[in-house]
Design a protein around this ligand. Structure first.
Ligand code: PMT
Length: 217
């Protein structure tokens, strides 16, 4: 698809995992490779959009022609998203954001000690939820990574986070979710229309997501 049907549209995409430091050498993260979000950035950019890609640490190179904002932690992502949000027309949050972070990040490497070590985790802000509160006429698209009750849980997130639609993936399915080159998703909108996209490359899925965004303009 080489159509430039998103010419000049301002699209913000988040991708990859967030990384929460325990100390200078240890961290908590998840299995997101960034492939889904980078595919969205590439597809939107090819279709003429003005893309900002805010990404946690990945092994991928960002597509050319996008404004690339690398971040590490959820709080970094929060700051970057809030800074760029006002200028955007579409926000797509494919990043796998850590819901918790260690209460303290030690300045020096934590030494081994007698007995067990208890780590206290505190809640991170829910970036997408906060965007839902201030979105006004912007188009807000979330993702839902689920292991069960995929459609039911994803629908709950549409309402709670005030989204236009959500991209739900069952991350336990072969060829879907974290790290793979393909995905299997449901696009579910706030009017309960559900479209299943069978196993396809993340780039093809990205184009389907953007087709649905386009319908909302
Ligand atoms: O990167 P890949 O390896 O290609 O894998 C793709 C993917 C599995 C990461 C992707 O398809 C996906 O499902 N991304 C969303 C992962 C996730 O965090 O889902 P969630 O159901 O926990 O969160 C729901 C939504 O809220 C997401 O849009 C998330 O970005 C957002 N969120 C969650 C928590 C938080 N504190 N702030 C948020 O903004």
């Amino acid at each position: 698809k080489e159509k430039r049907d998103l010419e000049g549209k301002k699209v913000l995409i988040t991708a990859g995992p967030t990384m929460e430091a325990i100390d200078p050498v240890r961290f908590i993260t998840n299995h997101s490779s960034g492939k889904m979000g980078y595919a969205l950035a590439e597809a939107a950019s090819k279709r003429g959009a003005d893309v900002t890609l805010i990404s946690g640490p990945t092994k991928l190179s960002p597509p050319s022609n996008v404004e690339f904002v690398p971040i590490k932690s959820t709080l970094d992502m929060y700051d970057a998203v809030m800074k760029h949000f006002p200028h955007q027309e579409v926000i797509i949050k494919s990043a796998a954001v850590a819901d918790y972070r260690p209460q303290y990040s030690a300045e020096k490497k934590i030494k081994k000690q007698e007995g067990d070590l208890t780590l206290t985790l505190v809640r991170n802000p829910d970036i997408l939820f906060e965007l839902g509160q201030i979105k006004k006429e912007k188009i807000l698209v979330g993702f839902a990574a689920e292991t069960d009750h995929v459609i039911e849980y994803a629908k709950g997130k549409i309402l709670k986070k005030n989204l236009d639609f959500i991209v739900a993936n069952d991350v336990t399915q072969e060829g879907a979710g974290f790290g793979t080159d393909t995905n299997i998703v449901y696009l579910i909108d706030k009017n309960d229309n559900i479209t299943k996209i069978d196993r396809s490359s993340k780039l093809e899925i990205a184009h389907h997501i953007l087709d649905k965004v386009k319908q909302l303009f």
